[in-house]
Design a protein around this ligand. Structure first.
Ligand code: GDP
Length: 300
């Protein structure tokens, strides 16, 4: 429910600055709007989203729509939820797909491996059969790490040696998952900078090779983004989307020091569904993204 989120997100920049404001029971004036504007910008909501939000609040304030600051905050809450509503679309696993194929992509360090572990646990809890493809053939030890993890958690991992062709690994895994009637296949890919042209081509090849199996494969290209990286996250999504059809996002590290506001900027800029939020390092710290729950966890 909301309580777990609230506890985790209360430390975030946007929550802290807004709740500080609210507690002072401020007067309804331009200073209040300036402070809200600063809080939103500081939290990485982005200039264009912030300007739109604050301009709208100003117009309504000038029309005397709000009796007090609490009413203005309620309007802000509604406007923030309205931005996120269109991207609050959970990932629905089509049980008839067998395997339902999820390709995870993202830059190194964003929390991709952690997120795969969280997803694996979630699918296991839902009693779905699962297979992983160790597509991070680039990083030494990444394959061995995933294999060891799979053994500990009783999840099948398809792997080839280091420096194997990642598209071949994904292809093999798809064949194996199909032969065994596995419900969900998560194909990992090497983390790469969005500026690394060769690696971005390799990613496109993985998706292309899988697509030759069936036109609806992969069913989901899930991009993992670090919620603390602000506008850089926007650049990452733009570059990855230019190469492969990213169909869902996971925004990690929304707990603690995260600025959180990048979620609003992402929603406005791309409209790509935000499937999950990462709110901690533990396997259970993954939440289905929901607009109202997220906004309520941020606001006082
Ligand atoms: P990868 O390089 O993208 O595979 O990133 P990792 O999965 O290795 O994660 C990088 C670091 O971020 C690790 O220290 C994780 O524990 C941490 N991390 C991942 N997700 C979250 C999250 O939602 N919240 C927090 N606080 N830390 C996270």
């Amino acid at each position: 429910g909301t309580s777990g989120w609230r506890q985790r997100l209360s430390g975030s920049g946007i929550a802290r600055s807004l709740s500080g404001l609210f507690r002072r029971n401020p007067a309804l004036d331009d200073d209040l709007l300036d402070e809200i504007e600063t809080a939103l910008i500081t939290a990485d909501v982005g200039v264009s989203a912030t300007t739109a939000l604050v301009d709208d609040l100003r117009a309504r304030m000038n029309k005397r729509e709000f009796a007090d600051a609490a009413e203005l905050f309620a309007a802000l809450r509604g406007a923030l939820i309205a931005i996120l509503q269109p991207v609050s679309k959970p990932l629905l696993i089509d049980g008839s797909a067998r395997p339902f194929v999820i390709v995870t992509v993202g830059v190194n360090g964003v929390g991709k491996t952690t997120t795969i572990g969280k997803l694996a646990r979630k699918f296991r809890d839902e009693r779905r059969s699962l297979m992983l493809a160790a597509g991070d053939t680039f990083r030494a030890a990444a394959v061995a790490q995933l294999q060891a993890w799979g053994e500990r958690n009783d999840v099948q991992v398809v792997a080839q040696g280091q420096n194997a062709d990642a598209a071949a690994v994904a292809f093999d895994a798809y064949q194996a998952a199909k032969a065994r009637g596995v419900e969900v296949l998560i194909a990992d890919t090497a983390g790469r900078l969005h500026t690394q042209g060769g690696l971005m081509e390799e990613l496109a090849k993985i998706v292309r090779v899988l697509g030759r199996q069936s036109s609806d494969v992969p069913h989901e290209i899930l991009m993992v983004i670090d919620g603390t990286t602000g506008q850089n996250a926007i650049a990452q999504v733009r570059a990855f989307s230019a190469k492969v059809p990213v169909s869902g996002l996971v925004v990690t590290k929304l707990d603690g020091t995260a600025k959180g506001g990048v979620v609003f900027a992402l929603a406005r800029e791309f409209g790509i569904p935000i499937r999950y939020a990462g709110i901690g390092e533990r396997p259970e710290d993954l939440r289905v993204f929901d607009a109202a729950t997220f906004v309520d966890a941020l606001l006082p």
